[in-house]
Structures are given as structure tokens and as C-alpha cells.
Design a protein around this ligand. Structure first.
Ligand code: LLP
Length: 436
């Protein structure tokens, strides 16, 4: 089980989250249900901010809302004074609909469409992280048409190969994101941007990947960005005021994961960046981080109802639940591992080795391989921990399974944030149009 926050208690025999019992939540909202402990989210944000203050860095913290994006989550980010990192018009629209200050939004994307850039420009968002040459031209044109200016960062592919899953490591040279550092593309991009006076180049961005456990890769990226900044200053008369080192701090899904505490990570990253810039005769620019997973993953727990069981003598016992890859595709995609408990019989000592299967028509629809669990009976509640990041946001309707509901809990109270999808919802996009 992951480290429990103050509000996650084992009361008698039952798992409590944010002071609310899981069986109460399952009864009230149905299953599968994703439950967020709000105070855990706010604590993570607080710890990030505190860590920056400790190292006396000028900083900006953005929440990468791709990890979990709803109006209420954007509202929490706004209340906590965060910026918001959006990667699509859908995320931007969600944020704006809550009244999120556009000045505190930055937009990413390796293929932002004309519509997306237009929405970013008309909403006057704070920063666009420009990713490629096509975008420079398109954005330049749209800014001219709108008669507006915008602050930008250049996304640099820093050539840092971090040890994480291939699909979530993005800083290596062979990546679809950003300008390649080693073939002169960044310099070429600077020249191209200079032709568009409506783009104000504020600095550089380098994201090295996700689920990263230490500061080493960030330090290498910071050094490369410092050297690049020096070159840009000397040869192109460009001053970089902002260094955005992306997101990526990992979390503890199981005991195999040993991420650095976020306070230590922030400290080491800032100290390494400061050293890099100072050794190049510059002062530390404003440091920006845009974490997603480390803000919301540990706050989320998914509650499933146990159903069928299949025992293959001498081989394996499968326990099936009422969700699966449709609400959590991370095992199927990345081989992700999770810890879980039978939430309504927490203290039961006797355990058995089982594997947890989902209900979709696909053998790969597994949630957990080989876990020691209290003996599960049909109707029991299974709680899978650390499902707050990239679960609901990557959920699907495969097999026309409706997406689960999401609730937030706090101080013994719960609040529905996303209602469960209905079968009518599944039909709601269909039309009866004739061919024409
Ligand atoms: N900034 C940029 C430019 C990113 O690409 C990402 C994540 C983040 C920030 C936030 O990274 P975080 O702090 O959450 O690690 N679906 C995968 C994760 C994909 C991450 C994509 N980019 C998963 O479920 O593990």
C-alpha cells in the first residue's frame, strides 16, 4: 500500500479515504469509482512551492493537466496559484470554462492546429511552447491577422535519455518533440522567430520524460540549456529569461519504485541549474516546472466491485472486476504495476496469490499480475492505489463500457466531480443523417 496521507485511515476493517468509507462511496456513486483525496493534491502542490522557496529560486509551477483534467481540478490549480500546462484546445477550453486566468496558461503540442493556436491567441494565454518550424510560420501568420503579440518558449529536444518506459521518455534525440539540439535546429528556430516581431522569445523548454526517480537527467538538461542560452546570447543577441524543465517526477506505485522526495528533487534541480548558468557567467533564469503525475497520482484510488473468479489449477487464479483497461490502460500500455487491497476486509490476515483482470474482451485487459490479496468474494470491493494520473484522462469506451464516475473527498465529505457515463451518453454523438 502506498504511504497513507493524514486522511487515509484504516478504520476497523475498512479502507477510509479522506475520512469517508469506501463502501459508503461505492453504494452512493456506484463502481468503478475513482476517488481523489483533495488534501493529498493540495499537499503536493504546497510541498513543491515550499521546496522552491527553500532554495530561493524565482519559480513558476504549472500543473500538467493531461494527467487529470476537469473543471474542478483546474479550479484547485487556480486556487493554489499554479499555472496550467495544456496540450490541446480541449484542455484549454476546460480551463477557460472555469474562469482560469488565461495569463497563467501555457500551451504545448507537437502539432497544434490552426484552431488551437487561434483559441490560444484570442484567449491571450500566457505562453506558447513552440515546437517546430511549421508552428513558427503558422503562429506568426495568425498573430499578424489578429494584430496581437504573445510570449513563447522554444521546445528543445535536449538529447537526454532517461531510464523510463520508451513511450514516456521524450528528451532523447530521436523524439517527435521539439527542436533538435545537435543539428543547429534551435539556432535556426531563433532566426525564424526573430522574423516575427509579434513573438516574444522568453526562454527555453526541455522535458526529459515521465516517472523519473532522480535529478540527474534534469541536471544534464539544465547544463545543456545553460550552454545553449550562452550561445544564443553571444551569437544571436537573445536573452533567455525562463528555463522550463518540464515535468516528470515519478511516484511510488509499488515498493519497487523509489522516487526522490520532491523537496530533494526541486533542490537538486535548482542547484544544478544555478551552477550551470553561473559557470557560464549568467544568473539563474526563472525556473519553471510543470508536473502532472506527482500532483495527482497518489491522491487517486479506484474502487471496483469484484465479480467472477477463474482458477486454473497449478497455474493462476484470475479475479475479475467491473472495470479494467477502459478506466486504466496503463498496464496494457506500459506494463505498469499497482498495489491493491480488498477494501471492505482490510484486516483479514489470510491472503492468496491472484491476478486482477478487467471485463473487456481482450486478454491484455489486466490491472495487476500476481498480487497477494485477502480472499476476494463476489461483491467485495477492490481498491487499486495511485490511479490519479493518466487513468481517467486516458480512459476509453472500448466495448462500449461507460467511463466511471469521479468523486473528490475531503474531511469526511464527498463531492461528485464527474458523473458516470450513461448508455445514452454513449449514443449521444450518433446521428441519423442520410448520405448526401
Ligand atoms: N510537460 C510535458 C512537456 C510533458 O510531455 C509531460 C508529460 C509533462 C509535463 C507532465 O509529466 P509528469 O509530471 O506527469 O510526468 N501517459 C503516460 C504519461 C505520459 C506523459 C506525457 N507527458 C503514463 O500514463 O505514464
Amino acid at each position: 500500500m502506498p504511504k497513507s496521507g493524514n486522511d487515509t485511515l484504516l478504520s476497523t476493517n475498512e479502507l477510509m479515504i479522506g475520512g469517508v468509507s469506501t463502501s459508503f462511496l461505492a453504494e452512493k456513486y456506484g463502481t468503478p469509482l475513482i476517488v481523489y483525496d483533495e488534501s493529498t493534491i493540495r499537499k503536493q502542490i504546497h510541498d513543491y512551492k515550499q521546496a522552491f522557496r527553500e532554495v530561493q529560486a524565482d519559480f513558476r509551477l504549472a500543473y500538467a493537466c493531461k494527467a487529470f483534467c476537469t473543471a474542478y481540478m483546474c479550479q484547485i490549480a487556480q486556487e493554489e496559484g499554479l499555472w496550467l500546462d495544456v496540450v490541446s484546445a480541449g484542455e484549454l477550453f476546460t480551463a477557460l470554462s472555469t474562469g482560469f486566468s488565461p495569463k497563467q496558461i501555457l500551451m504545448h503540442g507537437n502539432n497544434k492546429t490552426k484552431d488551437e493556436l487561434e483559441l490560444a491567441i484570442t484567449s491571450q494565454i500566457g505562453l506558447i511552447v513552440v515546437d517546430n518550424f511549421h508552428e513558427i510560420e503558422l503562429l506568426g501568420e495568425l498573430l499578424n491577422q489578429a494584430g496581437q503579440s504573445i510570449d513563447i518558449l522554444l521546445r528543445v529536444s535536449p538529447g537526454v535519455d532517461v531510464h523510463t518506459h520508451d513511450f514516456i521518455s521524450t528528451g532523447q534525440q530521436d523524439s517527435k518533440f521539439g527542436f533538435d539540439l545537435y543539428s543547429g535546429q534551435v539556432e535556426e528556430a531563433v532566426v525564424a522567430v526573430k522574423k516575427h516581431p509579434r513573438m516574444r522569445l522568453m526562454g527555453l523548454h526541455a522535458h526529459i520524460g515521465s516517472q523519473i526517480f532522480d535529478a540527474e537527467g534534469f541536471a544534464v538538461a539544465a547544463k545543456r540549456m545553460a550552454d545553449l542560452s550562452k550561445k544564443l546570447e553571444r551569437e544571436y543577441d537573445v536573452l533567455t529569461h525562463i528555463l522550463n524543465l518540464g515535468g516528470g517526477l515519478g511516484i511510488r506505485y509499488t515498493e519497487e519504485d523509489t522516487p526522490m522526495p520532491l523537496e530533494t528533487l526541486v533542490e537538486e534541480v535548482v542547484l544544478a541549474a544555478r551552477k550551470a548558468y553561473e559557470s557560464d557567467g549568467m544568473s539563474l533564469p526563472l525556473i519553471m516546472l510543470e508536473p502532472g503525475r506527482s500532483i495527482v497520482a497518489e491522491a487517486g484510488t479506484t474502487i471496483y466491485r469484484v465479480g467472477s473468479r477463474k482458477e486454473i489449477p497449478g497455474l493462476r487464479t484470475y479475479i475479475a472486476v467491473d472495470g479494467g483497461m477502459t478506466d486504466n490502460p496503463r498496464l496494457a500500455l506500459y506494463g505498469a504495476k499497482y498495489e491493491a487491497v480488498i477494501a471492505n476486509r482490510m484486516n483479514e490476515k489470510q491472503k492468496e496469490l491472484v491476478s486482477i483482470a478487467g471485463k473487456a474482451c481482450e486478454s491484455g485487459d489486466m490491472l495487476i499480475w500476481d498480487i497477494e490479496l485477502q480472499k476476494a468474494k463476489p461483491g467485495d470491493l477492490l481498491a487499486v492505489f495511485c490511479t490519479g494520473a493518466y487513468n481517467y484522462s486516458m480512459a476509453s469506451n472500448y466495448n462500449r463500457i461507460p467511463r466511471p464516475a469521479v468523486v473528490f473527498v475531503k474531511e469526511g465529505k464527498s463531492r461528485l466531480v464527474l458523473r458516470r457515463e450513461t448508455y445514452e451518453d454513449l449514443l449521444s454523438l450518433e446521428t441519423n443523417d442520410d448520405f448526401s
